[in-house]
Design a protein. Structure first.
Length: 175
């Protein structure tokens, strides 16, 4: 799924699009995390600042010059997942860099966490896993932008999120 397809599904996103390409130090992020992120996420991050949808779903997007905060957020999310696993509450899911481990990319106002499942050698093959605050763990066989577009269009599979999310006309805000 391309960024353009997400923008078509979520036209409110265009209201916060950066005038030019956001220059993010992807090499720093790769060095610090050991991972090359999926191209659809890179395209999204180079076009948009961190944002929320309907004051509910927030995306973890790096900001130019502040990549260290993005990396810290990823590391904190991995520690949280590791603690869940150690407590027997991750349904067998492990944090990245373990094989097929999860890497967080977003969260919700209700405590849901959105991950990439890093199965496969190429980031382009990663899928989305939603860890619901009600202990729902639901996988979407597609990319982050594909998941968001399907969610907005109402065509995605059930994922444990509130049935009224997103609204019929989702609001996108810098956040």
């Amino acid at each position: 799924m391309s960024l353009r397809e997400l923008e078509e599904a979520l036209p409110a996103l265009l209201g916060i699009r950066s005038a030019g390409r956001r220059l993010i130090d992807w090499e720093f992020i790769r060095r610090e995390t050991g991972v090359v992120l999926p191209s659809d996420f890179v395209a999204l991050a180079e076009a948009y600042p961190p944002f929320t949808v309907d004051d509910f779903l927030g995306l973890h997007i790096p900001s130019a010059g502040e990549e260290q905060y993005f990396v810290r957020g990823l590391q904190e999310g991995l520690r949280n997942l590791s603690e869940l696993r150690d407590a027997g509450m991750s349904h067998g899911h492990a944090p990245y860099p373990e094989p097929g481990g999860l890497l967080p990319w977003g969260d919700s106002a209700e405590g849901d966490v959105f991950y990439w499942r890093t199965a496969g050698a190429e980031a382009e093959s990663w899928t989305v896993l939603v860890a619901g605050h009600n202990d729902d763990w639901c996988e979407y066989d597609g990319s982050l932008t594909s998941y968001l577009a399907a969610k907005v269009r109402g065509t995605g599979p059930p994922d444990g999120l509130p049935p009224d999310f997103p609204s019929p006309t989702p609001v996108v805000e810098v956040g």
